[in-house]
Design a protein around this ligand. Sequence first.
Ligand code: SF4
Length: 206
Amino acid sequence: MTADEMIRAFDVLVANPKCELEYSSPYQLLVAVILSAQCTDKRVNIVTHQLFADYPTPEKMLKLSQKKLGELIHSCGFYNSKAKAILDMSNDILSKYNGQIPDKLEDLISLRGVGRKTANVVLSEAFKKDALAVDTHVLRVSNRLGLSSSNNPDIVEDELKKFFPKKNWSRLHYQMVLFGRYKCKAKKPDCSNCPFQRNCKMFLNK
Ligand code: SF4
């Protein structure tokens, strides 16, 4: 399939792609994406509903100790490392960027606790820039569709960006995430009527 054919197929499969994390500022989106590692967006939204009501800004978040923040986000898993990442990131936002979330990739990934995937999600979602974040779903779908054979997210990101036009990157990110989350699942994907069957290594090897 050409890039255009794939774009058209994703537009049919996921007609209204959107971020499922709830937030009301770029800072809160950063926190939510950090919490979403190895956790469902549904669980993150349950936790952040109260967290963001009480601690909506980096200044307020830094009133929490790592231990207390860990207790509040416990159900998201990896709560110690996530609490540290959120507090480190909040400190850097205040000390390096005067409390403003930067809108450049190199600045975002300079923040402690913020990796390339998190930065790309914030760029596309909060700042509406062309960015293509590679999470576990995007990586799996890319591998199955033969868009990349790498399991390194940075390499997959490069290969996807070369294949698809820039103006489609952000939309495709969400389409691939939602396609991977609900149809092309890691285990027992729903291959019935999938438009990618002819291109799919997994389907062809069944
Ligand atoms: S055929 Fe199945 S495994 Fe392949 S892309 Fe479609 S849903 Fe995923």
